[in-house]
Design a protein around this ligand. Sequence first.
Ligand SMILES: CC[C@H](C(=O)O)C(=O)SCCNC(=O)CCNC(=O)[C@H](O)C(C)(C)COP(=O)(O)OP(=O)(O)OC[C@H]1O[C@@H](n2cnc3c(N)ncnc32)[C@H](O)[C@@H]1OP(=O)(O)O
Ligand SMILES: [Co+2]
Length: 139
Amino acid sequence: MIGRLNHVAIAVPDLSAAMRRYRDLLGADVGEATTLLEHGVRIAFVTLENSVVELMEPLDGASPIARFLERRPQGGLHHICYEVPDIASSLEAMKDAGVRVLGPVRVGAHGRPVVFLDPADFDGALIELEEVRPELQPA
Ligand SMILES: CC[C@H](C(=O)O)C(=O)SCCNC(=O)CCNC(=O)[C@H](O)C(C)(C)COP(=O)(O)OP(=O)(O)OC[C@H]1O[C@@H](n2cnc3c(N)ncnc32)[C@H](O)[C@@H]1OP(=O)(O)O
Ligand SMILES: [Co+2]
């Protein structure tokens, strides 16, 4: 059901510092920082040849990553995002299997529908599913 790895996300306490590290120390292609109010985060994507890393800092104490950073003040690996062709049918399959879905489907940073799955039901890893419809992709 899942397709490509879309991104791996790292929660960071200071996005500008993390962006500088990736750009200046690692020589990576770091995009612009973007605020995602609805998700409570400010993010920047690092584009690699074969995948993408999402750097995220919390907007405030109510952000879903605020508690995560309280436990790990230096930051840490936060979630992994897989592409699915049809998020509604993926969700149905998850619910049928008893996997807890965290919140509703929302529009993610790429402007596509995303949803999160409870780490307690997925080997301790927070999973994001992002809908990437094959028919809408360039050939
Ligand atoms: C969508 C926009 C953008 C994009 O890519 O397009 C993004 O990716 S935004 C990313 C930020 N959004 C989210 O993370 C939304 C989903 N996350 C959540 O709903 C919460 O963060 C949740 C439920 C995973 C944790 O909530 P909370 O922090 O309130 O709970 P606790 O701190 O009490 O933790 C409970 C339990 O879960 C474990 N946990 C927490 N975070 C993670 C994690 N990232 N990976 C693995 N496990 C995690 C935590 O250790 C606790 O475990 P326990 O055994 O009960 O101690
Ligand atoms: Co993400």
